[in-house]
Design a protein around this ligand. Structure first.
Ligand SMILES: Nc1nc2c(ncn2[C@@H]2O[C@H](COP(=O)(O)OP(=O)(O)OP(=O)(O)O)[C@@H](O)[C@H]2O)c(=O)[nH]1
Ligand SMILES: [Mg+2]
Ligand SMILES: [Zn+2]
Length: 304
């Protein structure tokens, strides 16, 4: 007789899912059931019901309603997204960062920006820009952990009682930061390619780890520019609301159909000129606006 059980997907590889039960033990499951016909694929973070015969592989039969889900990283039910960015090696890609922040905002996901590798370059400009734009930031160095005990405590506190995923470009130090903040983990870390100053995609699989009761942290594979450009989960109608630091100046705009991209007399352009909006944030808004303006509503390709 198959026994019904429930749990959270902590890992997904090639159609095989590791489901952690409430007692902390894990079962390997495959997917089966009605949701397969609705094109929903189980994701790390999903709460699921599964059936299992003794000594056999289990089968996921039900995915509980999601609070949210993302395509990159491919995860569900995210309470907090810890976005890791390096000050150097690799250099920060602000467009990718802003796109991720916009996607998080659209999905109502809380964000913590971890600026890593501060041992290699001064992070002040980056930190100030994102603080000014209203984001919470933490400076960090995974190779100088003795100097960052306050930050370690802060990150641990911030993830407490939540499901958090660490995300960011390959090589920024996601796994290294997690190893320092959660010494109970022992994640594989990689090198940066000397030639192209990029990460080597060391983490290949998204995995959630239980830190304590109700606290899960997930390591995810780093992405490259290519991964992020092909997908769009944003749309032109809500783009502005995904940039609250820009949207707050748009309320005063005298033009009804203003795009706030370049119009003379636009209140956003005036705020930008006065230094009230961070220039790189507006640049990202404009680049995304241009990317999204040609996507038709009936275009059903995956959107990130
Ligand atoms: N100087 C310096 N190097 C760091 C720091 N954090 C990580 N590194 C190095 O950066 C390289 C990449 O680190 P990882 O932790 O593997 O990076 P990742 O973001 O997990 O990369 P992927 O798994 O490929 O997405 C390793 O050689 C680390 O030793 C830091 O704070 N300072
Ligand atoms: Mg990694
Ligand atoms: Zn305007």
């Amino acid at each position: 007789m198959a026994i019904k059980n429930c749990g959270i997907i902590v890992k997904s590889t090639g159609g095989l899912y590791t489901v952690e039960k409430q007692d902390g033990t894990c079962e390997e499951c495959r997917a089966r059931g009605a949701f397969r016909h609705s094109r929903i694929t189980p994701l790390a973070g999903d709460r699921v019901v599964f059936e299992k015969d003794d000594g056999r592989e289990g089968f996921i039969t039900e995915i509980q309603e999601r609070k949210n889900s993302l395509i990159r990283p491919s995860v569900a039910n995210v309470d907090l997204l810890c976005v890791v960015v390096a000050v150097k090696d690799p250099d920060p890609d602000l467009f990718i960062l802003d796109k991720l922040l916009a996607v998080a905002k659209k999905n109502g996901i809380d964000v913590l920006i971890i600026v890593n590798k501060v041992d290699t370059a001064n992070p002040k400009e980056l930190i100030n820009a994102y603080n000014e734009a209203g984001f919470e930031t933490v400076e960090f160095s995974a190779v100088k952990k003795e100097d960052f005990s306050k930050e370690i405590k802060k990150i641990r506190e911030r993830v407490g009682g939540k499901v958090s995923f660490f995300t960011g470009a390959s090589g920024v130090g996601k796994s290294s930061v997690m190893n320092v903040v959660f010494p109970e983990l022992c994640l594989e870390t990689g090198e940066i390619s000397k030639k192209i100053q990029r990460g080597k995609h060391t983490t290949r699989v998204t995995t959630l780890f239980k830190i304590e009761k109700n606290t899960y942290v997930g390591d995810t594979p780093g992405f490259s520019m290519l991964d992020v450009s092909g997908f769009n989960m944003l749309d032109i109608d809500t783009l502005l609301s995904c940039f609250p630091d820009i949207a707050k100046y748009a309320c005063d705009c005298k033009y009804k159909k203003c795009t706030h991209v370049c119009e003379d007399g636009c209140s956003v352009m005036a705020a930008l000129k006065d230094g009230k909006i961070v220039k790189s944030r507006h640049d990202s808004y404009v680049a995304l606006f241009n990317e999204l303006k040609d996507i038709k509503p009936w275009d059903t390709r995956d959107r990130l």
